[in-house]
Design a protein around this ligand. Sequence first.
Ligand code: 2RA
Length: 340
Amino acid sequence: MGYRVAVVGATGNVGHEMLKILAEREFPIDEIVALASRRSLGTEVSFGDKTLKCKDLEQFDFTGWDIALFAIGSEATKVYAPKAAATGCVVIDNSSLYRYDPDVPLVVPEVNAEAVDGYTKKNIIANPNCSTAQMVVALKPLHDRARIKRVVVSTYQSVSGTGKEGIDELWNQTKGVFVPGQEVAPSVYPKQIAFNVIPHIDVFLDDGSTKEEWKMVAETKKIMDPKIKVTATCVRVPVFVGHSEAINIEFEDFLAEDEARDILREAPGILVVDKREDGGYVTPIESVGEYATYISRIRQDSTIENGINLWCVSDNLRKGAALNAVQVAEVLGQRCLKKG
Ligand code: 2RA
Protein backbone atom coordinates (compact mmCIF):
# COMPACT_ATOMS: atom_id res chain seq x y z
CA MET A 1 0.00 0.00 0.00
CA GLY A 2 1.31 3.39 -0.94
CA TYR A 3 0.30 6.99 -1.55
CA ARG A 4 -1.22 8.89 -4.44
CA VAL A 5 1.38 11.60 -5.10
CA ALA A 6 1.24 14.69 -7.33
CA VAL A 7 4.40 16.51 -8.43
CA VAL A 8 3.46 20.09 -9.23
CA GLY A 9 5.94 21.90 -11.48
CA ALA A 10 7.18 18.63 -12.95
CA THR A 11 8.99 20.22 -15.89
CA GLY A 12 11.23 22.49 -13.78
CA ASN A 13 14.69 21.64 -12.43
CA VAL A 14 13.36 20.90 -8.93
CA GLY A 15 10.32 19.03 -10.27
CA HIS A 16 12.58 16.77 -12.31
CA GLU A 17 14.74 16.10 -9.25
CA MET A 18 11.67 15.31 -7.14
CA LEU A 19 10.55 12.65 -9.62
CA LYS A 20 14.08 11.18 -9.74
CA ILE A 21 14.41 11.10 -5.96
CA LEU A 22 10.94 9.63 -5.37
CA ALA A 23 11.99 6.76 -7.65
CA GLU A 24 15.55 6.48 -6.24
CA ARG A 25 14.25 6.23 -2.67
CA GLU A 26 11.35 3.96 -3.67
CA PHE A 27 8.85 6.20 -1.92
CA PRO A 28 5.68 4.07 -1.51
CA ILE A 29 3.53 5.20 -4.43
CA ASP A 30 0.28 3.66 -5.66
CA GLU A 31 -0.22 6.38 -8.28
CA ILE A 32 1.76 9.42 -9.41
CA VAL A 33 0.79 12.38 -11.58
CA ALA A 34 3.01 15.08 -13.09
CA LEU A 35 1.37 18.50 -13.17
CA ALA A 36 2.50 21.61 -15.02
CA SER A 37 1.15 24.73 -16.64
CA ARG A 38 -1.10 24.42 -19.68
CA ARG A 39 1.78 25.29 -22.05
CA SER A 40 3.59 22.16 -20.85
CA LEU A 41 0.52 19.92 -21.29
CA GLY A 42 1.63 16.53 -22.60
CA THR A 43 5.32 17.17 -21.95
CA GLU A 44 6.96 13.86 -21.04
CA VAL A 45 8.93 13.54 -17.80
CA SER A 46 10.67 10.49 -16.33
CA PHE A 47 9.70 8.70 -13.16
CA GLY A 48 12.12 5.82 -12.68
CA ASP A 49 11.76 3.62 -15.78
CA LYS A 50 8.34 5.12 -16.54
CA THR A 51 7.42 8.13 -18.64
CA LEU A 52 4.67 10.46 -17.43
CA LYS A 53 2.80 12.94 -19.59
CA CYS A 54 2.23 16.23 -17.79
CA LYS A 55 -1.35 17.13 -16.99
CA ASP A 56 -2.78 20.62 -16.69
CA LEU A 57 -2.50 21.93 -13.13
CA GLU A 58 -5.30 24.42 -13.75
CA GLN A 59 -7.81 21.64 -14.52
CA PHE A 60 -6.57 19.15 -11.95
CA ASP A 61 -8.74 17.97 -9.02
CA PHE A 62 -6.61 16.96 -6.03
CA THR A 63 -9.53 15.11 -4.36
CA GLY A 64 -8.40 11.63 -3.31
CA TRP A 65 -4.69 12.45 -3.67
CA ASP A 66 -2.54 12.09 -0.53
CA ILE A 67 0.52 14.31 -1.04
CA ALA A 68 1.37 17.11 -3.49
CA LEU A 69 5.01 18.17 -3.85
CA PHE A 70 4.94 21.76 -5.10
CA ALA A 71 7.86 23.31 -6.99
CA ILE A 72 6.33 26.36 -8.66
CA GLY A 73 6.63 30.09 -7.94
CA SER A 74 4.90 31.78 -5.02
CA GLU A 75 2.27 33.44 -7.24
CA ALA A 76 1.03 30.14 -8.68
CA THR A 77 1.41 28.42 -5.30
CA LYS A 78 -0.89 31.04 -3.81
CA VAL A 79 -3.60 29.88 -6.26
CA TYR A 80 -3.16 26.11 -6.25
CA ALA A 81 -1.75 25.10 -2.84
CA PRO A 82 -4.91 26.11 -0.91
CA LYS A 83 -7.06 24.35 -3.51
CA ALA A 84 -5.07 21.14 -3.07
CA ALA A 85 -4.94 21.45 0.73
CA ALA A 86 -8.71 22.00 0.90
CA THR A 87 -9.29 18.56 -0.66
CA GLY A 88 -7.29 16.90 2.15
CA CYS A 89 -4.17 16.48 -0.01
CA VAL A 90 -1.12 17.50 2.07
CA VAL A 91 0.98 20.12 0.28
CA ILE A 92 4.78 20.16 0.68
CA ASP A 93 5.76 23.52 -0.78
CA ASN A 94 9.16 24.62 -2.07
CA SER A 95 8.24 28.28 -2.57
CA SER A 96 8.83 30.90 0.13
CA LEU A 97 5.09 31.65 0.37
CA TYR A 98 4.28 29.74 3.56
CA ARG A 99 7.72 29.46 5.21
CA TYR A 100 7.10 32.26 7.71
CA ASP A 101 3.45 31.44 8.41
CA PRO A 102 3.13 30.47 12.11
CA ASP A 103 0.46 27.91 11.13
CA VAL A 104 2.75 26.16 8.64
CA PRO A 105 5.67 23.97 9.79
CA LEU A 106 9.03 24.70 8.15
CA VAL A 107 10.88 21.39 8.15
CA VAL A 108 14.34 19.95 7.60
CA PRO A 109 13.96 16.32 8.71
CA GLU A 110 17.50 15.99 10.13
CA VAL A 111 16.79 19.02 12.33
CA ASN A 112 13.09 19.26 13.32
CA ALA A 113 11.23 16.26 11.87
CA GLU A 114 8.68 16.39 14.71
CA ALA A 115 7.48 19.77 13.38
CA VAL A 116 5.73 17.85 10.58
CA ASP A 117 3.01 16.97 13.12
CA GLY A 118 1.78 20.58 12.89
CA TYR A 119 0.73 20.19 9.24
CA THR A 120 -2.93 19.82 10.14
CA LYS A 121 -3.55 23.54 10.64
CA LYS A 122 -3.38 24.35 6.92
CA ASN A 123 -2.58 20.94 5.45
CA ILE A 124 0.62 22.56 4.19
CA ILE A 125 4.29 21.99 5.10
CA ALA A 126 6.98 24.41 3.90
CA ASN A 127 10.43 23.53 2.59
CA PRO A 128 13.18 26.03 3.52
CA ASN A 129 15.32 28.09 1.19
CA CYS A 130 18.11 25.98 -0.33
CA SER A 131 20.87 27.96 1.38
CA THR A 132 19.17 27.52 4.76
CA ALA A 133 18.58 23.77 4.44
CA GLN A 134 22.23 22.71 4.15
CA MET A 135 23.33 25.17 6.85
CA VAL A 136 20.90 23.97 9.54
CA VAL A 137 21.84 20.35 8.81
CA ALA A 138 25.41 21.33 9.70
CA LEU A 139 24.48 23.51 12.68
CA LYS A 140 21.98 21.24 14.46
CA PRO A 141 24.37 18.56 15.85
CA LEU A 142 26.79 21.23 17.03
CA HIS A 143 23.98 23.27 18.61
CA ASP A 144 22.82 20.20 20.54
CA ARG A 145 26.33 19.84 21.97
CA ALA A 146 27.45 23.42 22.64
CA ARG A 147 24.51 25.83 22.14
CA ILE A 148 25.14 28.24 19.27
CA LYS A 149 25.09 31.97 20.07
CA ARG A 150 25.90 33.48 16.67
CA VAL A 151 26.45 32.42 13.05
CA VAL A 152 28.24 34.43 10.36
CA VAL A 153 27.77 32.85 6.94
CA SER A 154 28.95 33.75 3.44
CA THR A 155 27.30 31.78 0.65
CA TYR A 156 28.55 30.95 -2.85
CA GLN A 157 25.32 30.04 -4.62
CA SER A 158 25.11 28.35 -8.01
CA VAL A 159 23.06 29.72 -10.89
CA SER A 160 20.63 26.79 -10.81
CA GLY A 161 19.16 28.53 -7.78
CA THR A 162 17.75 31.01 -10.30
CA GLY A 163 16.25 28.15 -12.32
CA LYS A 164 16.75 27.24 -15.98
CA GLU A 165 17.25 30.93 -16.86
CA GLY A 166 20.27 31.14 -14.59
CA ILE A 167 21.85 28.02 -16.05
CA ASP A 168 21.23 29.22 -19.62
CA GLU A 169 22.66 32.68 -18.88
CA LEU A 170 25.90 31.33 -17.41
CA TRP A 171 26.31 28.98 -20.37
CA ASN A 172 25.56 31.66 -22.99
CA GLN A 173 27.71 34.31 -21.32
CA THR A 174 30.64 31.92 -20.96
CA LYS A 175 30.35 30.96 -24.65
CA GLY A 176 30.04 34.65 -25.48
CA VAL A 177 33.42 35.33 -23.89
CA PHE A 178 35.18 32.54 -25.77
CA VAL A 179 33.37 32.43 -29.11
CA PRO A 180 34.40 35.49 -31.18
CA GLY A 181 31.56 37.54 -32.49
CA GLN A 182 28.98 35.91 -30.23
CA GLU A 183 27.46 38.72 -28.21
CA VAL A 184 27.33 38.25 -24.43
CA ALA A 185 23.63 37.65 -23.89
CA PRO A 186 21.77 40.01 -21.52
CA SER A 187 21.58 38.35 -18.16
CA VAL A 188 18.85 37.61 -15.63
CA TYR A 189 21.45 38.99 -13.24
CA PRO A 190 22.20 42.69 -12.65
CA LYS A 191 25.83 42.15 -13.69
CA GLN A 192 27.76 39.60 -15.75
CA ILE A 193 27.91 36.24 -13.99
CA ALA A 194 30.46 34.51 -16.25
CA PHE A 195 33.92 34.77 -14.63
CA ASN A 196 32.41 37.03 -11.99
CA VAL A 197 30.60 36.92 -8.64
CA ILE A 198 27.52 38.96 -7.66
CA PRO A 199 26.89 39.90 -3.99
CA HIS A 200 23.14 40.19 -4.54
CA ILE A 201 20.43 37.50 -4.50
CA ASP A 202 16.74 38.46 -4.45
CA VAL A 203 15.72 42.04 -3.60
CA PHE A 204 17.42 44.63 -1.37
CA LEU A 205 15.79 45.43 1.97
CA ASP A 206 15.80 48.76 3.82
CA ASP A 207 18.67 47.73 6.11
CA GLY A 208 20.97 47.02 3.14
CA SER A 209 20.70 43.25 3.36
CA THR A 210 18.98 41.20 0.66
CA LYS A 211 15.86 39.06 1.02
CA GLU A 212 17.98 35.93 0.49
CA GLU A 213 20.06 36.93 3.52
CA TRP A 214 16.93 37.71 5.52
CA LYS A 215 15.53 34.27 4.64
CA MET A 216 18.60 32.54 6.12
CA VAL A 217 18.16 34.50 9.36
CA ALA A 218 14.39 34.05 9.70
CA GLU A 219 14.33 30.40 8.66
CA THR A 220 17.22 29.33 10.90
CA LYS A 221 15.41 30.89 13.85
CA LYS A 222 12.12 29.14 12.97
CA ILE A 223 13.66 25.73 12.27
CA MET A 224 16.25 25.65 15.06
CA ASP A 225 16.14 28.31 17.79
CA PRO A 226 14.93 31.94 17.74
CA LYS A 227 17.80 32.87 20.07
CA ILE A 228 20.50 32.10 17.50
CA LYS A 229 21.89 35.29 15.93
CA VAL A 230 22.57 34.92 12.21
CA THR A 231 24.18 37.34 9.76
CA ALA A 232 24.55 36.33 6.12
CA THR A 233 26.12 37.54 2.89
CA CYS A 234 24.65 35.68 -0.09
CA VAL A 235 26.68 35.68 -3.30
CA ARG A 236 25.93 34.30 -6.77
CA VAL A 237 28.89 32.51 -8.34
CA PRO A 238 29.53 31.05 -11.82
CA VAL A 239 28.80 27.44 -10.81
CA PHE A 240 25.95 25.48 -12.42
CA VAL A 241 24.82 23.33 -9.46
CA GLY A 242 25.90 23.16 -5.82
CA HIS A 243 25.78 25.82 -3.11
CA SER A 244 28.81 26.39 -0.89
CA GLU A 245 28.94 28.22 2.44
CA ALA A 246 31.73 29.48 4.69
CA ILE A 247 30.23 29.33 8.18
CA ASN A 248 31.65 30.89 11.34
CA ILE A 249 29.99 29.70 14.56
CA GLU A 250 30.21 31.15 18.07
CA PHE A 251 29.08 28.86 20.88
CA GLU A 252 28.00 29.42 24.48
CA ASP A 253 30.57 26.78 25.53
CA PHE A 254 33.96 25.81 24.16
CA LEU A 255 33.91 23.10 21.48
CA ALA A 256 37.20 21.69 20.27
CA GLU A 257 37.60 21.23 16.51
CA ASP A 258 38.30 17.50 16.88
CA GLU A 259 35.14 16.99 18.91
CA ALA A 260 33.15 19.07 16.39
CA ARG A 261 34.50 16.88 13.59
CA ASP A 262 33.56 13.68 15.46
CA ILE A 263 30.05 14.99 16.14
CA LEU A 264 29.56 15.94 12.48
CA ARG A 265 30.85 12.56 11.28
CA GLU A 266 28.04 10.88 13.25
CA ALA A 267 25.30 13.38 12.35
CA PRO A 268 22.40 12.52 9.97
CA GLY A 269 22.69 13.75 6.38
CA ILE A 270 26.34 14.79 6.73
CA LEU A 271 29.53 13.52 5.11
CA VAL A 272 32.76 14.98 6.52
CA VAL A 273 35.64 15.32 4.06
CA ASP A 274 38.27 17.18 6.01
CA LYS A 275 41.97 16.64 5.44
CA ARG A 276 44.48 19.48 5.66
CA GLU A 277 46.05 18.65 2.30
CA ASP A 278 45.53 19.35 -1.43
CA GLY A 279 42.00 18.24 -2.31
CA GLY A 280 41.14 17.37 1.29
CA TYR A 281 37.80 19.19 1.07
CA VAL A 282 34.62 19.12 -1.00
CA THR A 283 33.81 21.48 -3.88
CA PRO A 284 30.34 22.04 -5.42
CA ILE A 285 31.03 19.97 -8.54
CA GLU A 286 31.47 16.89 -6.31
CA SER A 287 28.11 17.48 -4.58
CA VAL A 288 26.01 17.35 -7.76
CA GLY A 289 23.49 14.50 -7.75
CA GLU A 290 24.37 13.51 -4.19
CA TYR A 291 22.16 13.53 -1.07
CA ALA A 292 24.81 14.55 1.44
CA THR A 293 25.57 17.85 3.06
CA TYR A 294 29.36 17.87 2.91
CA ILE A 295 31.47 19.49 5.63
CA SER A 296 35.14 20.41 5.23
CA ARG A 297 37.74 22.86 6.65
CA ILE A 298 36.63 22.35 10.28
CA ARG A 299 38.88 24.46 12.48
CA GLN A 300 38.98 26.52 15.62
CA ASP A 301 38.37 30.26 15.30
CA SER A 302 40.95 31.53 17.76
CA THR A 303 39.82 35.16 17.38
CA ILE A 304 36.85 34.49 19.69
CA GLU A 305 36.51 32.44 22.90
CA ASN A 306 34.28 29.62 21.59
CA GLY A 307 34.50 29.70 17.80
CA ILE A 308 34.57 27.16 14.94
CA ASN A 309 34.87 27.77 11.19
CA LEU A 310 33.69 25.26 8.61
CA TRP A 311 32.91 24.85 4.90
CA CYS A 312 29.56 23.39 3.84
CA VAL A 313 28.59 22.18 0.34
CA SER A 314 25.44 20.54 -0.99
CA ASP A 315 23.46 20.05 -4.20
CA ASN A 316 20.97 22.93 -3.98
CA LEU A 317 18.47 21.13 -6.22
CA ARG A 318 18.55 18.09 -3.91
CA LYS A 319 19.08 18.78 -0.21
CA GLY A 320 18.29 22.40 -0.96
CA ALA A 321 14.90 21.53 -2.48
CA ALA A 322 13.77 18.21 -3.97
CA LEU A 323 15.46 15.80 -1.55
CA ASN A 324 14.31 17.75 1.49
CA ALA A 325 10.73 17.75 0.15
CA VAL A 326 10.77 13.98 -0.40
CA GLN A 327 12.30 13.44 3.04
CA VAL A 328 9.48 15.55 4.52
CA ALA A 329 6.98 13.30 2.69
CA GLU A 330 8.74 10.25 4.16
CA VAL A 331 8.49 11.66 7.70
CA LEU A 332 4.87 12.66 7.08
CA GLY A 333 4.11 9.08 6.07
CA GLN A 334 5.95 7.60 9.06
CA ARG A 335 4.46 9.97 11.65
CA CYS A 336 1.05 10.99 10.36
CA LEU A 337 -0.23 9.46 7.12
CA LYS A 338 0.21 5.77 7.81
CA LYS A 339 -0.88 3.63 4.88
CA GLY A 340 -1.66 -0.04 4.62
C1 2RA B 1 18.67 31.04 -5.10
N1 2RA B 1 17.95 30.36 -2.88
O1 2RA B 1 19.68 30.36 -4.92
C2 2RA B 1 17.53 31.05 -4.10
C3 2RA B 1 16.29 30.44 -4.68
N2 2RA B 1 16.46 29.08 -5.04
O2 2RA B 1 18.50 31.76 -6.11
